[in-house]
Design a protein around this ligand. Structure first.
Ligand SMILES: Nc1ncnc2c1ncn2[C@@H]1O[C@H](COP(=O)(O)OP(=O)(O)OP(=O)(O)O)[C@@H](O)[C@H]1O
Length: 272
């Protein structure tokens, strides 16, 4: 069969073929307010399946605020109000019918500072599946605990001390435990808010490698202050400034040939 190139197909059908993976989450005209103060202005951003999307920009530009909108973590802040629409597989996550606990199982989160529960390594992982009814028997729990720890690249390091406290692990191991805990409830999207900022370079490298592996099975959105990290781990990058989404695009392009001067200034260290 004569295979047509993508360009030839585009010419033949007179339209651009979207070669990007499907959209998993979509923000449209997202505005966020903390009391009277507006933190985000009309943000339109697509998060694509099985990609890592990095949110970058100077301190206070609204990266974490946008990230927290994606699993309604902002609901926990009394003064916070979100307007516009955010969808997950086309469904409005702010619809009154949405169960926020279920949403957060589908869209998990890993925080800046590793925050294991004051429980055993095993219980840190088993807790989520238990409250979501994902396992019943001891062997089902064992399976989830092992698989999650393996996916987080931690199983070999902790398999002989699963009953020891999670808080006794090193910082990097604790962060991978928190990633394993997020994975254990089979989320579709994992949000990471500066997940390496409390880690040393070796632990950071491990978590970055892990992020790259995880994208085979999950969609990942990461806030990072490190341009090198954004360039290393992400396929798409979104640049925020003063509450506006300045531009977004392929990470390679954003770091070599951005359209907006503010992105250029930020990635070359001229501000922020
Ligand atoms: N809980 C809150 N209450 C009031 N204002 C807030 C709250 N959280 C964030 N803000 C404000 O919203 C704006 C955006 O903050 P946000 O934390 O989203 O920025 P950021 O880009 O993630 O910053 P950083 O890189 O410093 O973490 C800032 O002006 C901040 O002061």
């Amino acid at each position: 069969m004569n295979m047509m190139s993508e360009a030839a197909v585009e010419e033949a059908v007179g339209a651009k073929v979207d070669s990007q993976p499907p959209v998993k989450m979509q923000g449209r005209m997202v505005c966020v307010y903390y009391g009277d103060s507006q933190a985000l202005y009309d943000v339109n951003l697509d998060i694509r399946k099985n990609q890592v999307t990095a949110l970058i920009g100077p301190s206070g530009c609204g990266k974490s605020t946008f990230l927290r909108c994606l699993n309604r973590m902002n609901d926990t802040i009394d003064t916070c109000q979100v307007k516009g629409s955010i969808t997950l597989d086309g469904g409005d996550i702010y619809d009154a019918s949405v169960d926020v606990v279920e949403l957060r199982a589908r869209v998990g989160m890993v925080f800046q500072k590793p925050n294991p529960f004051p429980k055993s390594i095993y219980e840190n992982i088993a807790y989520g599946p238990r409250i979501h009814g994902l396992a019943r028997t001891k062997s089902e729990f064992d399976e989830i605990v092992e698989t999650s720890l393996r996916k987080a690249g931690l199983f070999e390091e902790v398999k002989d001390r699963l009953t020891s406290p999670g808080t006794g692990l090193s910082g990097g191991q604790q962060q991978r435990l928190c990633i394993a805990r997020a994975i254990a409830v089979s989320p579709e999207v994992i949000l990471m808010d500066e997940p390496c900022s409390a880690l040393d370079p070796i632990a950071t490298a491990k978590v970055e490698e892990l992020i790259d592996e995880l994208r085979q099975n999950f969609t990942i959105v990461i806030v990072t202050h490190s341009m090198q990290q954004a360039a290393r781990v992400s396929q798409r990058t979104a640049m925020f400034h003063l509450g506006n989404l300045v531009e977004e695009g392929d990470t390679d392009k954003m770091f070599t040939n951005p359209d907006d001067q503010r992105t250029q200034d930020y990635i070359t260290g001229r501000f922020g």
